[in-house]
Design a protein around this ligand. Structure first.
Ligand SMILES: NC(=O)c1ccc[n+]([C@@H]2O[C@H](COP(=O)([O-])OP(=O)(O)OC[C@H]3O[C@@H](n4cnc5c(N)ncnc54)[C@H](O)[C@@H]3O)[C@@H](O)[C@H]2O)c1
Length: 248
């Protein structure tokens, strides 16, 4: 499955799920714009993935609309178009119950996970409308489908991502732009390791159907499929990739 002329735009490409998906796009022959706000991680990723194909790091904070607009322009200036976009940039914020929620944490999480993702879609869609189509996958979470005690702000942002995805999909499916979401379960990434201790991980896995963490590459494969012509009639779907965690 090689797509020599295709171009992918991946946010959060400097780490974890975004990086693994950028790797998968490159290994399938896409050229890839690696978008991240962390310059060090972005440059390191470009150096590591460069041997797989043509990729360029573009510094961008998704919560800043002009930064997103410039990133889309820079990707198009470099590669001419954007066939596939994966919006994975995200943060989990501070844990805690709603009665202890802070306005600051709410703003930080929403600005990146929800408003930032909306800015990304807005400018990706404008480009795709001009070129005649494309595919967008937004990174939600199992916390976008079910409640998570102690992570209400994050869960609210990810439920928002699912709602935004479904609505945008309806707006643009007739314009040949398919928009879907992927909902990862517990995935072994730097974010997971930063926020969840090995002891808590063990506890969570004890009652989990699969009993293991997912790998970032397992999310990447789902994203690649959603972006491919094999998924040509899939629009507005929130695809769980969670080892059965959210099965009723
Ligand atoms: N790891 C999990 O278990 C899990 C589960 C469900 C959903 N997710 C989602 O997957 C996505 C990726 O998570 P991950 O686990 O790979 O995390 P990660 O921390 O390993 O990677 C996230 C990347 O996003 C970048 N980023 C953060 N804020 C940004 C901003 N404002 N602008 C641009 N880039 C920004 C970071 O620099 C980092 O490179 C997130 O949206 C996260 O919510 C993760």
């Amino acid at each position: 499955m090689s797509n020599p002329s295709q171009v992918a735009f991946v946010t959060g490409a400097g780490s974890g799920i975004g990086q693994a998906t950028a790797r998968a796009f490159l290994s399938r022959g896409y050229s890839v714009a690696l978008v991240d706000r962390d310059v060090e991680l972005g440059q390191k990723t470009q150096a590591e993935l460069g041997e797989l194909g043509d990729c360029t790091f573009i510094a961008c904070d998704v919560s800043d609309e002009s930064s997103v607009e410039h990133a889309v322009e820079a990707a198009v200036a470099r590669y001419g178009r954007i066939d596939a976009a994966f919006n994975a940039a995200g943060i989990n914020g501070d844990p805690g119950p709603v009665a202890e929620a802070s306005s600051d944490n709410w703003d930080r999480v929403m600005n990146v996970n929800l408003k930032g993702l909306m800015f990304c879609m807005k400018h990706q869609i404008r480009q795709m409308l001009g070129q005649g189509g494309g595919a967008i996958v937004n990174c939600a979470s199992s916390a976008g489908l079910v409640g998570v005690a102690g992570l209400s702000t994050y869960a609210a942002s990810k439920h928002g991502v699912v709602g935004l995805t479904r609505s945008a999909a309806l707006e643009y499916v007739r314009s040949n732009i398919r928009i879907n979401a992927v909902c990862p379960g517990m995935i072994d990434t730097p974010m997971w390791r930063r926020s969840i201790s090995p002891e808590l991980t063990e506890q969570l896995l004890a009652s989990d159907p699969s009993g293991r963490l997912g790998q970032p590459s397992e999310i990447a494969e789902a994203v690649l499929w959603l972006c491919s012509s094999a998924a040509s009639f899939v629009a507005g779907h929130a695809l769980s990739v969670d080892g059965g965690m959210t099965v009723d």
